[in-house]
Design a protein around this ligand. Structure first.
Ligand SMILES: Cc1cc2nc3c(=O)[nH]c(=O)nc-3n(C[C@H](O)[C@H](O)[C@H](O)COP(=O)(O)OP(=O)(O)OC[C@H]3O[C@@H](n4cnc5c(N)ncnc54)[C@H](O)[C@@H]3O)c2cc1C
Length: 397
């Protein structure tokens, strides 16, 4: 064992959560941190492809809502250190059937949560939304709200900032080094890669949709589902200030019937709006099954939505792509975040972060992973996200 390179902390996965963890751990000083990434850093091949993500304060679940409020100052700190704006508050508009339950939340209950949390919002009818933002043919019973602090997060700017800051604080970042095995014991963790074997006091597993490639050797899998989600760009015909929007609709027999869209990014020069269907259908058995080619039926469904409701966008797709969504199979969960204690002997030395719509939490998840690894505890309420027992290896994606 003594021959192996030794680190205080090894982070597996160099996506946003892994890099944020490395930054938060390395900045504490006296902590030797190594990040191992199977591809290149800032790759577009995993759960973080694309240029933007939705930032929102509002959540239906009060404990998760509290976490967004705790994340915002960390985003501001990251922006200050990086010297660039990362969250662009173009507004977050939720509208549709206010009683429909979705994985994004529930409009009416979220409005009650915002009242309780004293987060301001404006309630809008279908007619208000049409008049103000140019949507057409919305069903008359649709309503919703605009929360002005929400908006778009600059994904590539965030990754570049975290990459630079973690290196400045002395974290070692190694690309093209896939981890093959993580073997915890009571004294630490042995990490075997395609190149060599390392030893660490603690490991943070932040490898997104590949999490079960590692846990499988412990005899368990986290119960996650993988979906290859489509993203479609359309040219905007007329400029106007529009927010990020999410349409909450009753599911059809075919899919969840949920659509979202981003206005042109304030940090980019193109005039394109990007839409996605939030359809949890046709799960993949493994991340390696992702093709990078969107399901043509999903592109057609988004285009039909644009044609029906967005006269200000040309309904001819300009570009299509996909992104791998990793979600807890249990819809009452939103994330997996906690130690692997109880999953494997020595699991208290491994922290796992995976699954969920987690980009908005990148600075906080990094702080929490670093705290759990280096201090053994966090001051944030993450009880809901604790790793459950897991399911027998092989029975989840
Ligand atoms: C279509 C879509 C829309 C989304 N919209 C939103 C949104 O609006 N708001 C929001 O908050 N979130 C959103 N999300 C979720 C968000 O993008 C993810 O939560 C986040 O990007 C995941 O980051 P990560 O670091 O956990 O994982 P990843 O970015 O997947 O990074 C994991 C890294 O680990 C590496 N890796 C894997 N296995 C190994 C191994 N064995 N050895 C070494 N390296 C390994 C991978 O190569 C990868 O680079 C969306 C996701 C999708 C797919």
């Amino acid at each position: 064992m003594n021959d192996h390179e030794h680190y205080d902390l090894i982070v597996i996965g160099g996506g946003p959560i892994g890099l944020s963890t490395a930054w938060q751990a390395a900045r504490r000083g006296d902590t030797k941190v190594l990040v191992l990434e199977q591809y290149g850093f800032l790759n577009e091949r995993t759960g973080t492809s694309g240029s933007e993500r939705h930032w929102r304060l509002q959540y239906t679940q009060r404990d998760i809502f509290a976490l967004t409020l705790e994340t915002l100052p960390l985003w501001h700190e990251l922006e200050r250190l990086a010297g660039r704006r990362l969250i662009h508050a173009v507004g977050s508009l939720w509208f549709g059937d206010v009683e429909v339950e979705t994985n994004e939340g529930h409009i009416a209950e979220t409005a009650r949560a915002m009242d309780e949390m004293s987060v301001p919002y404006e309630w809008l009818t279908a007619r208000d939304i049409e008049n103000r933002y140019g949507f057409t043919n919305l069903p008359r019973h649709y309503e919703g709200f605009l929360q002005r602090d929400g908006g778009s997060i600059d994904v590539r700017g965030t990754l570049a900032a975290l990459f630079q800051l973690s290196q400045e604080h002395g974290a070692l970042l190694r690309a093209n080094e896939p981890v093959l095995e993580v073997a915890p014991d009571t004294g630490g963790v042995t990490v075997r890669t395609a190149r060599t074997t390392y030893r660490a006091d603690k490991v943070v597993l932040a490898n997104g949709g590949h999490v079960n490639d590692i846990t499988r050797s412990w005899g368990v899998s986290l119960d996650v589902s993988l979906f290859e989600m489509a993203l479609v760009s359309y040219r905007q015909r007329a400029d106007a200030e529009r927010p990020f929007w999410f349409a909450f609709q009753q599911p059809t027999e075919e899919d969840t019937n949920l659509f979202y869209g981003f206005p042109p990014n304030p940090w980019a020069s193109d005039n394109e709006v990007r839409l996605g269907p939030d359809f949890e259908v046709n799960p993949l058995r493994h991340a390696s099954e992702a093709t990078g080619i969107p399901d043509p039926r999903h592109v057609e469904r988004v285009t039909d939505w644009v044609t029906a409701h967005m006269p200000w966008a040309d309904p001819e797709p300009v570009q299509t792509s996909t992104c791998l969504a990793v979600l807890p199979a249990d819809p009452s969960r939103q994330f997996y975040l906690g130690t692997a204690a109880g999953l494997v002997d020595g699991g208290e030395n491994v922290v796992v972060s995976t699954a969920g719509w987690g980009f908005k939490f990148v600075p906080l998840w990094g702080e929490i992973c670093a705290d759990l690894a280096l201090k053994g505890a966090t001051r944030h309420d993450i009880g809901r996200h604790a790793l459950a027992q897991g399911v027998p290896a092989g029975s989840a994606a």
